[in-house]
Design a protein around this ligand. Structure first.
Ligand code: GAP
Length: 511
């Protein structure tokens, strides 16, 4: 399904609304509706169970959003958490310089793809894409333009050369997408942290930041947690929470927001073992995604071209969103940068006493960090499909169905009386719904014809519909309709809870 339709579906069916809609919205801030919050909670639960419940050596915390202002000086965010910003003087629109350059490269890449497709049609089965890409003169020329743009940009970003970025934008003749002009300001660094002021302290001393990542709440609590849980290295601390970034260009719906939620885990290890653990976590995290039935070709690793100020190795797990492959999760080997820096700024020791070597040292850290909202978007865009299926008379009809994994679906099952004007059916259906409620999120629905109710449940991703009909009154049986196959199975009412529970149980994907 295309991206526009995904966005409107999310609103129409109560998954996501734009923030403050009645005041014409607040850009890049979103509210989750009744089905959205259920799906998001289920995603968080899947992550939490996989991290904390399934690992003896990982524990959870929930740190505050506000932290001592020195935290952000120590973490490097005050000085280095910047994006290169540029304005077009004619349109007055603001852009990220690196995104303008990447956009230039993406346009050329699209042309290459077109050429490849044309050649594929011309040569048929004999077509060898690899050979074509490496020998065709026009493609080679285009590829060298992309390489030049990206490599030069990366070199400038590495040394924060803002003048270099501006010259590159001029050299590539990049125009403002809005005004078409090349009348650019200089490129300057823009810090992404939101700040606010403590009520009782004026000036810099009282300047607080809304955390741009949850990780720092874990670092500053490292010793508290280690001592109170008596964990030995290696061990991890996991956290789910809000993070805030003043993104210059926030677009693509919930992909890039100014307020979002992260699920992060810092794994504390012996120095020197970090690359080993980095590989282990890369594999474990990819497995977590695949267990949710995400097709292999939709996920890939992408090594970072520019390492963040804290990392000595970093990779993204990218997902193929409707607008292309983009970062879904980051895995970073953060060395001892954060703990050592907090130790220096706070003057408090943040060392681990290793009983095996009888030494004290600052542990190294491998981090896994995934945006909960991006995971939500990935699941929605993977699940939402339009299908042609036979209707009640056997004719072709189109249905919109959200094929979420049953364990994360917002509503697990809907209970539907065949007719709403027959009291005995309604009563029996309400009884079935009541017995299922303690086990799962159930929806009772009696409005409209049964076919329309099935469609409504398909559209929100409900994996099972339980229908109470006249046979129910005779023999205590109901039908269970499977969302994906649309097949119906007749079962005894007493069996419903255990049948559905088995199918929605998260333990099947966790183990
Ligand atoms: N602690 C490391 C860290 O924050 P990051 O790559 O900047 O690393 C981690 O962010 C994850 O947070 C990303 O992979 C992405 O899923 C999510 N994320 C980052 N910025 C976001 C934004 N503006 N909106 C939504 N999700 C975002």
């Amino acid at each position: 399904m295309d991206f526009k339709n995904i966005i409107s579906h999310c609103k129409e069916y109560g998954f996501i609304y734009q923030s403050s809609e009645i005041y014409d919205t607040l850009a890049a801030v979103y509210d989750y509706g009744p089905y959205g919050v259920e799906l998001k909670n289920n995603i968080k639960q899947y992550w939490w169970k996989a991290m904390v419940n399934m690992n003896d050596n990982i524990v959870g915390i929930d740190a505050a959003i506000f932290m001592h202002p020195k935290t952000w000086k120590a973490s490097g965010h005050v000085d280095a958490f910047n994006d290169p910003l540029i304005d077009n003087k004619d349109s007055k629109k603001r852009y990220r310089a690196d995104q303008l350059i990447e956009g230039y490269a993406e346009k050329i890449e699209a042309k290459i793809k077109k050429d490849v497709e044309k050649a594929r049609k011309r040569f048929g089965d004999a077509f060898d894409e690899e050979q074509f890409r490496t020998t065709n003169g026009r493609i080679l020329e285009r590829q060298s333009k992309i390489d030049h743009a990206i490599n030069t940009m990366n070199a400038h970003l590495k040394v924060s050369d803002m003048e270099g970025l501006k010259s590159l934008i001029e050299e590539l003749e990049i125009a403002c997408p809005e005004s078409g002009s090349r009348n650019w300001t200089d490129v300057r660094q823009f810090n992404l942290m939101f700040s606010t002021q403590l009520g009782n302290i004026t000036g810099e001393e009282g300047k607080l930041y809304l955390r741009p990542e949850t990780a720092q709440g874990i670092f500053v609590n490292f010793l508290n947690v280690q001592k109170t849980t008596r964990q030995k290295l290696p061990f991890g601390i996991a956290q789910i929470g809000k993070a805030f970034r003043n993104e210059i260009v926030a677009r693509q719906f919930i992909f890039r927001m100014r307020e979002f939620e992260q699920m992060e885990m810092q794994f504390f290890i012996q120095p020197g073992t970090e690359l080993e653990w980095y590989e282990i976590w890369k594999a474990k995290r990819m497995q977590w995604h695949r267990s949710l039935s995400v097709p292999e070709e939709k996920l890939r690793f992408h090594d970072h071209d520019n390492l963040a100020h804290y990392a000595n190795a970093a990779v993204d797990i990218e997902y193929e969103f409707p607008f292309g492959f983009r970062e879904l999760e980051g895995i970073h080997s953060r060395t001892d940068f954060d703990l050592a820096s907090h130790q220096e700024f706070s003057g408090k020791k943040l060392q681990y006493y290793d009983p095996e070597t009888s030494e004290s040292y600052v542990p190294y850290v491998v981090e896994t960090s995934i945006g909960c909202d991006r995971m939500f978007l990935a699941q929605i865009s993977l699940g939402l499909q339009e299908e042609v299926v036979p209707d009640a008379e056997g004719k072709d009809s189109t249905r919109v169905v959200m094929k979420l994994h049953p364990s994360i679906a917002p509503v697990k099952c809907a209970v539907l009386p065949l007719l709403k004007n027959r009291e005995e059916l309604v009563n029996a259906a309400q009884d079935v719904a009541n017995t299922l409620q303690p086990y799962m999120n159930v929806q009772y629905d009696e409005k409209d014809a049964i076919g329309r109710r099935y469609r409504r449940q398909d559209a929100i991703g409900t994996p099972y519909c339980i229908t109470v009909d006249f046979d129910t009154l005779e023999d205590n049986t109901v039908t269970i309709r499977d969302r994906d196959s649309m097949e119906q199975q007749r079962v005894q009412i007493e069996e419903v809870a255990s049948i559905v529970n088995k199918k929605i149980d998260m333990s099947s994907i966790l183990s």
